[in-house]
Design a protein around this ligand. Structure first.
Ligand code: FAD
Length: 447
């Protein structure tokens, strides 16, 4: 059977936050963009694994070091900021926002229920992709973006990668999150669960019920503590508290086993906390449909970000994004979490070179699979940073098309920063003004 190949300027594979921000950023500069998502709906981990917390994107003086499209996605985190309040979001609201923003871009085509299964590569250039599912066809583009989180596209294209920590290759634990509503906050020591102090107090109150569950061997969850966050309406709580070890997202059977174990732990923990008076009548609304996987392939790029770069607040001349979140390693061995703040000014730069895989001239990394060590990845994997990475990758790809570049390495980071700045994104370093297509490139610069 012959299949007609369809052509686009840019193809983004994966519609989590990294893919969506990349597709929006690129389409706003006019090239034709195709966004492909394997699941039936866009959203990825931030929607279908219900992560809830808007992790820190401010430096130590409270200044946002991520803005741009992240601000369009989470406006309240910018306008209603308070150190006392837990900044969270509702994944259904986020999903609706994604849809609205994507639908507003005439240059953008979105295919869901469609999986990229193969990449044809010749002389370091991805020629086309094979798709299965809702669009069983071949697609070609000038530039491809890997927004699959686990570096699936890069692996298909034969790029080198690393998996897990140095030594034993183990990855961070995975988590099945779950949502609980109907709690009686008047029975809590501190009922205002929208505030950090109350959430910490709630976690302390629930801990004995969880410890009792562990002591009687009622769960295999190795964690030592309970983590939960309020939904923005204060009516429900999201538990990010299960811990499944040994999940390898590059193996489907490992993911399936992980989801089964995560759901079991979620049910066990929910049963245990209903012993607390505030949770007697609570209900388990749902267990997130997708296992929350923190770590997968880290593609080897032109620069590999390290723990020293993060904790050393490193600045790079080719910065295209910044990250203010701690190193946050949910131990591959279970019990503990290493949480270490970025010191000093509280943020570091992400260089453009970390988005460029070694060995390909028309591929950029646009999700948590950028080039970095296990430790550095534990920091920039959060949604604010991945949003900034995606936005920068999308702008870079659009510039590559508009400037007729043959290799993504030829795209100047000073040009990327110029466009990002116009869009209201945080950048540092030299910017070089360049002519841009009238209209779309100038949009959204007054956020
Ligand atoms: C349990 C857990 C809790 C977390 N808590 C927080 C938190 O509180 N705050 C925070 O900011 N961050 C949190 N994070 C981190 C953050 O949510 C993720 O790292 C981030 O959302 C990843 O975004 P992404 O775009 O890189 O990948 P994803 O959102 O995972 O998107 C990748 C997409 O690619 C698609 N895809 C993969 N392969 C293919 C293919 N071959 N063809 C087509 N499509 C494909 C997938 O279906 C998926 O939709 C948490 C993560 C986990 C797991």
């Amino acid at each position: 059977m012959t299949c007609l190949r369809q052509n686009f300027d840019i193809i983004v594979v994966g519609a989590g936050i990294g893919g969506i921000t990349a597709a929006l950023a690129a389409a706003r500069m006019s090239p034709s963009v195709l966004l492909i998502e394997e699941a039936d709906e866009v959203g990825g981990t931030g929607v279908f694994s219900s992560v809830s917390l808007i992790c820190n994107f401010r430096d130590s003086n409270g200044r946002p070091i991520t803005s741009g499209i992240h601000r369009e996605l989470f406006p309240a985190a910018y306008t209603h900021y308070s150190e006392q309040r837990v900044p969270t979001y509702d994944e259904l609201v986020l999903k609706a926002t994604y849809r609205k923003l994507l639908a507003a871009e005439p240059a953008l085509t979105v295919w869901t229920g469609c999986k990229v299964t193969q990449a044809a590569v010749q002389d370091r250039v991805i020629q086309h992709l094979h798709l299965q599912g809702s669009q069983a066809t071949e697609v070609a583009a000038r530039i491809f973006l890997d927004a699959t989180a686990d570096g699936n596209l890069s692996a298909m294209a034969g790029m080198e990668y690393e998996l897990g920590r140095t030594g034993d290759g183990k990855m961070q634990s995975a988590t099945a999150t779950f949502r609980v509503s109907g709690l009686d906050t008047s029975k809590l020591e501190n009922p205002n669960i929208l505030e950090w102090s109350a959430i910490h107090s709630l976690r302390r109150e629930l801990l004995p019920y969880y410890e009792e569950l562990q002591a009687r061997g009622g769960t295999r969850n190795p964690r030592q503590s309970i983590t939960c966050f309020p939904y923005p309406d204060g009516e429900a709580v999201l538990f990010n508290s299960t811990s499944v070890l040994g999940v390898d997202p590059t193996r489907p059977e490992s993911l399936a086993r992980g989801m089964e174990e995560g759901a079991r732990q979620a049910n066990e923990l929910f049963e245990a906390i209903t012993g607390h008076p505030a949770f007697r009548k609570a209900k388990l609304d749902y267990i997130a449909p997708k296992l929350g996987v923190r770590e997968g392939r880290r593609i080897s790029g032109e620069y590999m970000l390290t723990e020293e770069d993060c904790l050393g607040e490193r600045h790079f001349p080719d910065m295209i994004a910044a990250c203010a979140y701690s190193l946050d390693i949910h131990s591959p061995d279970g019990r503990t979490t290493r949480l270490e703040r970025i010191p000093g000014n509280g943020y570091y730069h992400i260089p453009y070179r970390s988005l460029i895989p070694r060995g390909c001239s028309n591929l950029l990394l646009s999700s948590r699979c950028i080039s970095g060590t296990h430790e550095a990845h534990s920091s920039y994997r959060i949604m604010a940073s991945v949003s900034a990475i995606g936005e920068a990758a999308g702008v870079a790809a659009a510039l590559g098309v508009l400037q007729h570049r043959n290799d993504v390495r030829e795209i100047e980071s000073s040009h990327i920063r110029y466009v990002l700045q116009l869009r209201g994104q945080f950048t540092e370093g030299v910017v070089e003004r360049i002519p841009l297509p009238a209209g779309p490139a100038q949009r959204n610069n007054s956020l």
